[in-house]
Design a protein around this ligand. Structure first.
Ligand SMILES: [Zn+2]
Length: 211
């Protein structure tokens, strides 16, 4: 179905954000969202659909802008969903070694990765998250160095990151309260939407309690 458009992408005729790829990107996002229970792969926080970045949070573990990784732009084992802060922090960092860069196919034994890998490693066997979103390398982790690198490089442990996250949750809570108040006074009350907003508030509240 997407063969022609993927061929164009591989030839370099269109880029990742091209309109012709909109549907494919949406499908990828929906399927990753289900796979990851709507949580960012890196920090495991809930991916709230905020208007500003609702369109794009697909993360290429091996950066698609590097010529040697471009061939894996649509490989399922190279795609995850990430929150905006993690995505920004990762930037175009190269997390593969020389062997990965030279590999023909992307597998667990293609080389070494700087971080634990979204598909080849078990996140929770390597990283432990304590209440307050405090990240640590799990005792007995099989990839302690890679787990530590991920925490450090993405600055998951920085106090500033923690404060910003809490602020974002607070802002989001305030906005949903306003939405809910408007819905309540509306004579044509949309009960389904109201219960969705209420469920969202419950989730934000749970996250805030933990933050
Ligand atoms: Zn994140």
């Amino acid at each position: 179905m997407y063969r022609d458009v993927l061929r164009k992408y591989r030839r370099g005729n269109i880029n990742w954000s091209d309109k012709a790829l909109t549907n494919l990107r949406r499908e990828i996002r929906v399927s990753l969202r289900a796979q990851q229970n709507s949580r960012c792969y890196f920090c495991r926080q809930f991916l709230y659909q905020e208007r500003r970045n609702a369109s794009e949070n697909i993360e290429h573990f091996l950066d698609k802008s590097k010529p040697h990784y471009a061939k894996w732009s649509f490989s399922p084992v190279n795609l995850t969903l990430a929150c905006h802060p993690c995505n920004m922090q990762k930037g175009s960092r190269d997390v593969g070694d020389a062997a990965v860069r030279a590999a023909i196919s992307l597998r667990a034994n293609s080389g070494s990765f700087r971080w634990i890998h979204p598909y080849f490693d078990d996140y929770h066997a390597n990283i432990e998250i304590h209440p307050g979103w405090v990240y640590g390398v799990r005792v007995g982790a099989d990839k302690p160095v890679q787990a530590q690198n991920l925490i450090q490089d993405l600055e998951l442990h920085r106090i500033q990151t923690i404060v910003q996250r809490r602020q974002r949750l607070n802002d989001l809570m305030e906005r949903t309260i306003i939405v809910l108040e408007k819905l309540i006074v509306n004579p044509n009350r949309d009960m389904a939407r109201m219960s969705r907003v209420a469920a969202l508030q419950r989730r934000i509240n749970d996250d805030l309690r933990w933050a």
